[in-house]
Write a protein that binds this ligand. Sequence first.
Ligand code: ATP
Ligand code: MG
Length: 138
Amino acid sequence: MERSFIILKPSCLKRALVGEIISRFEKKGLRIVQLKVARLPREKVEELYQQHAGKPFYERLVDFMTSDRVVLMVVEGRNAIDVVRRMVGATDPVEANPGTIRGDLALDKTDNLIHACDSPESYEREVRIFFDERELSE
Ligand code: ATP
Ligand code: MG
């Protein structure tokens, strides 16, 4: 079964939206494989967003992602990567459709509430930054 890697950005804990967001994934039928709260070190966020290094929004994004605790999750289900991306919505919450997480709950482009991997390759790369093998094999 396919897995997706998700980060609930710092505003999810601040705004008490963790339950709401996790609930959407559970109701959809995705199974939670792993879930943890962590304050991310700068190096790990830089590794996650390596393809954006140097872009105008990069520094603000890394500052934001290291500003407070996040929720890291792995979910599993049929076509999980694509299903999660559709549920998350467009990068800019202004353009994200109603019914999506960003469309319903976010407005800011940096603080768009959630990160999700976008391919099997990005899943493999990203999940290894934040989880070890033992945590993923059960
Ligand atoms: P994510 O990778 O976080 O799931 P995404 O795939 O929709 O989001 P990316 O293009 O990978 O978007 O950008 C990563 C993150 O960088 C976005 O979630 C957003 O917070 C931020 N970002 C991207 N483009 C911009 C921009 N033009 N202005 C401000 N922030 C941006
Ligand atoms: Mg992305």
